[in-house]
Design a protein around this ligand. Sequence first.
Ligand code: SF4
Ligand code: SF4
Length: 70
Amino acid sequence: MPKRMVVLNYQKCDPQFCQDGVCQAALLCKRKVLSQIAPHETPELNSEMCLGCAVCTTACAGQALEVLQW
Ligand code: SF4
Ligand code: SF4
């Protein structure tokens, strides 16, 4: 069975362009794979919890999130 997991491109991620500096993708992820300690901070990724559903990618204004499959 193929494995799917989100990756975060830190060069594209810029919370300053997100609503009130809040990572909108982190708000959407029900498994809390993305966590942001405070607004305007770069979110951290706990990829092991990721289901690869790609819901978060639709919320990321900077298109910094991508789901890879292998
Ligand atoms: S929504 Fe995208 S660009 Fe904004 S903080 Fe989250 S991962 Fe970074
Ligand atoms: S792909 Fe799904 S489970 Fe993984 S971080 Fe995005 S919303 Fe969360």
